[in-house]
Design a protein around this ligand. Sequence first.
Ligand code: GTP
Ligand code: MG
Length: 332
Amino acid sequence: MAVLGHVDHGKTSLLDKIRGSAVSEGEAGAITQHIGATAVPLDTVSQMAGSLVKPEDFDLPGLLFIDTPGHHSFSTLRSRGGALADIAILVVDVNDSFQPQTEEAIDILKRTGTPFIVAANKIDTTPGWNPQEGAPIQKTYEEQSQRARSKLDEKLYEIIGELSERGFSSDFYWRVQNFQSNIGVVPVSALTGEGIPDLLGVLMGLSQRYMKDEMAIDVAGPGSGTVLEVKEERGFGATLDVVLYDGTIRAGDTIVVGGANDPIVTEVRALLQPRPNAEIRTEKRFDKVEEVRAAAGVKIAAPDLEDAMAGAPVRVVGDRDLDEVVREVEAE
Ligand code: GTP
Ligand code: MG
């Protein structure tokens, strides 16, 4: 699932809160410049979400989050991140409401038909707010003064109004019956963790439903992915950070990757996986694995990857005809 939204509205901070890291602080001017990917395992999700996510109710291994930059100059990256995802989280700062890159994100989501929810972030900045660290929204809402509640409501209704102007009917998420026809708005704070249990609960529910619908996707079939970044790694040369969105990839597989010139045909030498909850972009320690199944972030080491390009497709050939796969990659 992709996290989209205007610059500084708190996308990376929300992910940091969920995965328990501090990537945002390490970024230059706290501006995300690349697409990132983080696999958050089910037990982490349920720890954070408490009673809102009971692990026994889910067949999912967890959630794969794709972070995107909000700064205006990274439009192609956002579009790529948005197009990659099954589900998106549109992060909107309650103080700023809709801004240019919020609009842009909405356009991407409309164009790709990606279901999304809105994380109305920074609720802790509401005047008079009495923070309840990590609490579900209902619980923290009850602890607020009448004045703080109505201040927050006002801001949330503004967001609901903006969505409505763009043809989306939306409501507070707890009132939404059908998330396909109604956008759920989840008030959250990446700073205090308030509302994050709710956000995770909604995302797990949506993912589970989506997975059931999409079981047609053959996770045992040949892998398909998209290159996030081409990176030099000591001992491996040029490697690819890839989001595998379908199928399986194994060490030794023949793959076709979109390149600056012709598609690159090569053989996977090693598959490196970031540890659970680690951001693939900043992680330095990887586990070498034999096989990776969608959806996952994975670093691929293989010869001849120097000319590979961010955004390019990656295809495992499997038992298909190599020329056919090359043509498929060329066409993308
Ligand atoms: P780009 O990657 O540049 O698009 O920004 P971003 O959306 O990832 O925003 P980021 O997470 O870097 O947060 C921007 C600033 O807002 C940082 O200074 C955060 O500390 C602050 N911030 C984020 N979430 C919250 C929140 O819930 N409450 C408060 N008070 N501050 C927040
Ligand atoms: Mg960011």
